[in-house]
Design a protein around this ligand. Sequence first.
Ligand code: SF4
Length: 393
Amino acid sequence: MHELTAREALPKHVPIIAEHDTWISVDPIVGCPANCSYCYLGPIGLKARLPQPRVSPGRAVEMLCEYLDETRSHMGGDIDSTPVCLGNYTDMLLTAANQDYLRAFATELAGADLSRPLVVVTKGRMPRPLALALDDLNIAVVIFCSQSFHRTTLELRTEKGPVLAPDQTFDAGAECRDIKNIAMVHFWRPVVRKSVPSADWAVRAVRRLKDSGYRCSVAIGLSVGAGIAQEELVQTGLLEGTAEARDELWDAEAWQDINSAAAAVGYPVYRSTSCAIALATGRAEALGVWDCRRGAAEQCLPCHCPRTQRDLCQSRTLQPEVAQEHLAWIADTLGSSMSGLEVLPGRRVRTGGRVRQSMISLTLHKYQIELLPESISAERAWLGRFGRESGNE
Ligand code: SF4
């Protein structure tokens, strides 16, 4: 398996449309006014920066439609409903200009009638007039409010700039709780032991999240991948010393406290963003996290997931057969032959050579097939969960 070097992990340019693990990322704006020590935008020079729009909201939606047409027009009624996530290289709520952009983009998206949820990940607060304007568009919007809780326990600030403090994150949830088309999700990242000081603290935090109107949380560990500046993590106390590059350092004890609190309070804390989107939109989880061959033992079964949601997910099963036409599409797109594809249990397909990250995500979204290439050609600063034989069970 080819390991990424730091140089390879840095994207040379940020694509405007890109397929990520959970969503289709639309990035018409680059630059984030926040400055977080664990952020993948640091090494590519995009944090603590004024956001720079590159195309208009109308053009961004047009490019999205062109991309969907190019990648999915042949699928007919079988088309996937992968969400659209706006602004992964900025923060759409941290400046007034970005908020205006979000409103205009959502309006164009509603006009395009794509039936895909709109996701925004933010450390900012949704102003009430913007929330009401988005609600009027009648599209499903999922806001991931990122709050690490580092500020409650760590002496050094890991997040600088105009980001919300923990109390403000609780308020931000409460302000949108009555908005029908907006689901508020708390993004608990990165979870480190120091920021979850005790089991009692975890119960209090989870109860406040629930009482503030958050539908659920998603807990993610600390990334120490090749695209992360580890020196900053050491300086701020998040990391004891530099570590071998890998996607996620997961603190099992901190998770135990959080997950026990989730069960005690009756509030879902998930391990995958796709679970939160499933719960928020009333659909089955789309990537197969509920299947034992896709990581259910770690990502699904331990989570305190409502019975109705579990029933929804259980109604889906991974089709054991991989259709010949899907294999033909993979071979054609990779420029290889069908004989070079080895079909494994759990809708996994092993292939030789080097495959782009976006191709792995696209194949997963379109056909629920996980490609396992010999090596992955990096397009993002993080490797993601899919495409590696060691990535799941
Ligand atoms: S049943 Fe499992 S996969 Fe489905 S939403 Fe719940 S935790 Fe996620």
